[in-house]
Design a protein around this ligand. Structure first.
Ligand SMILES: NC(=O)c1ccc[n+]([C@@H]2O[C@H](COP(=O)([O-])OP(=O)(O)OC[C@H]3O[C@@H](n4cnc5c(N)ncnc54)[C@H](O)[C@@H]3O)[C@@H](O)[C@H]2O)c1
Length: 304
């Protein structure tokens, strides 16, 4: 059986997905999985975050109907495919779980231990981490061969790439299952080793940090830096807008892991970025970063 056929076979078998953490990324992954016709369980311990995630999906569906991109029945089916819960045990029979909790090693390790106890032996447990080594999560399970990274890009319903992060012990079968899952969501999967930054952030972060340093040093205005890269290089958005979009706290964590792994100054977060994180200026999600954002805009995820 060729690799594509193998992927299709696994894809056909994968129908139930668990999402752990219904923040910005978890909500997006849930939306993309439901839109692909999969049955989705979303676990989130914070009741308000759970409600926000549910509302985000409803609003996104309403917007799709208003714009004529979907009919009301499709949206009802999509909403019906997602079950929100604050009880992790409701994920007990999922075939693949994707952890999208905060970028904190201890929190993620606790979740991996819990999922390992709970999920069927054959289930794949994936992390959407941007910077935590997969080996550090796999080591907290009895199934390191079924553990890998599935690194989605934001906004998940729109961005077509998923990095499949292959740990030292990840089996080929788990990689195929993860790739088939990504394809089922309409994404293109690329494989990367379990190294800080994976492929995209290792190339992107030095560029973004150079833009922050340029702004910090008063070399150019934030608008001119952004417009320069948009019109000069054809980028859809400038680097400072992209920083706000990603989240400055997330970026800082990625910088720290890259510096820790490769010890190279090009990856270091400039003082301005660290001070902005310390002050709660995290980008769009907090209403302000390099730019200001209306709260409602910050809260709304991408539409379907
Ligand atoms: N934001 C991005 O652009 C982006 C892109 C790729 C990957 N990531 C990664 O995705 C992950 C989530 O990022 P985010 O931006 O969605 O963060 P977020 O803060 O928006 O969401 C995290 C959610 O996890 C919940 N949570 C806290 N403790 C939990 C627990 N023990 N179990 C389950 N859920 C818990 C929080 O209540 C919150 O709702 C991080 O690892 C991040 O590095 C983020």
């Amino acid at each position: 059986m060729g690799e594509d056929n193998a992927s299709q076979a696994v894809s056909a078998a994968l129908s139930t997905v668990g999402i752990v953490g219904a923040g910005f990324m978890g909500s997006g992954i849930a939306q993309a999985a439901a839109a692909a016709g999969l049955s989705v369980r979303v676990y989130e311990p914070d009741g308000r975050a759970l409600e926000r995630s549910r509302r985000r999906l409803e609003e996104s569906g309403e917007q799709a109907v208003r714009r004529g991109r979907a009919n009301a029945d499709d949206i009802d089916a999509l909403l019906g495919a997602v079950r929100y819960t604050s009880n992790v045990e409701d994920l007990h029979d999922v075939e693949i779980a994707i952890e999208a909790a905060p970028e904190d090693l201890r929190i993620k390790q606790g979740i991996f231990r819990e999922l390992d106890e709970l999920l069927p032996h054959a289930a794949v447990i994936a992390s959407n981490t941007s910077s935590v080594p997969i080996a550090e999560l796999a080591a907290h399970t009895k199934r390191p061969d079924r553990v890998l990274g599935l690194h989605f890009f934001s906004p998940v319903p729109v961005m077509r790439l998923v990095e499949v992060v292959v740990g030292l012990d990840t089996s080929r079968d788990a990689v195929s299952a993860a790739e088939a899952f990504a394809h089922a969501l309409g994404k293109t999967a690329i494989r990367t080793k379990d190294r800080a930054g994976f492929v995209v952030n290792m190339l992107l972060v030095p560029y973004l940090m150079a833009a922050v340093r340029m702004y910090e040093q008063g070399f150019a205005s934030r608008e001119d830096i952004d417009v320069g890269m948009q019109l000069g290089c054809g980028h859809p958005m400038g680097p400072l807008t992209l920083c706000d979009f990603i989240g400055l706290d997330v970026l800082q964590a990625v910088c720290e892991s890259l510096v820790g792994e490769f010890n190279s100054p090009e990856y270091a977060a400039p003082p301005l970025l660290k001070r902005m994180v310390a002050s709660g200026r995290l980008g769009r999600k907090s209403g302000g970063g390099f730019y200001e954002y209306a709260q409602e805009l910050a809260a709304v995820g991408a539409s379907l």
